[in-house]
Design a protein around this ligand. Sequence first.
Ligand code: ADP
Length: 255
Amino acid sequence: FKRIQLESRSRDELYEMGETFNHMMDLLEANFEKQDQFVANASHELRTPLTVIESYASLMKRRGLQEPDIFHESIEAIHSEAVRMKDMVEQLLLLAKHNEEWTIQFERIDLGEHVRQTTKAFESAYRREIQFHQQQDGINAFSDQQKLKQLIYIILDNAKKYSEDVITVEVGQKEGVPFIQIADKGVGIPKEDLNKVFDRFYRVDKARSRKMGGTGLGLSLAKEIADAMNVRLTIDSVEGIGTTVKIVLPVGKEK
Ligand code: ADP
């Protein structure tokens, strides 16, 4: 830490230092505000499932023993809200860990093979039909297998939640740059919401997302993973027609 010799500075220099200091304070303040907002949002979002759990538990306590329908409805609701809450806490922990602990293990991978396996695993875990297509053999990319799988899972999970038809996954290469494209024919995203879906907790339709077990954190986590891996993530969507997510990967270490 170096002490600044104020007396030996010119007026202009002092003015410039003052400006820099003010700018840094503004940035710090904005950062604190963002963090406060995040904590407030997280508490609010965690409170919702807890309130549902609490009210169903008390309903079950009052009438569950006499009325089997109430018992089953309550236990279903409590279970699904508990699962959603667990997902939310896991995603929050991943987001919180992001800055300090994420290490990316870059390696050259056979992208087609990697995505095929990931798609297969997802398909059998969730029993959803996925059509896989690979433009050609031997498409290589420079990526982290585990993190890429995580990213693909988030996108597939959304396709599964917000569509009922077949999901298609394509691996290709354009001008030597490898990409993955995941498309669904679901509800789509309204144009005015497209640039907000990467924000933490943002959901186009809160009720629908909640019903599908959504947390509003998936895409913001996907964006953080993508940034850490030098991956470009873009979404094209038309309401009522479907959504296509494109993942463009780096060929080498550089961005
Ligand atoms: P959630 O857990 O609610 O799915 P995400 O962060 O993954 O949260 O996505 C944010 C919102 O973007 C979702 O609530 C949904 O409204 C919209 N969305 C994301 N993917 C799709 C998709 N494939 N089709 C339609 N809407 C989508």
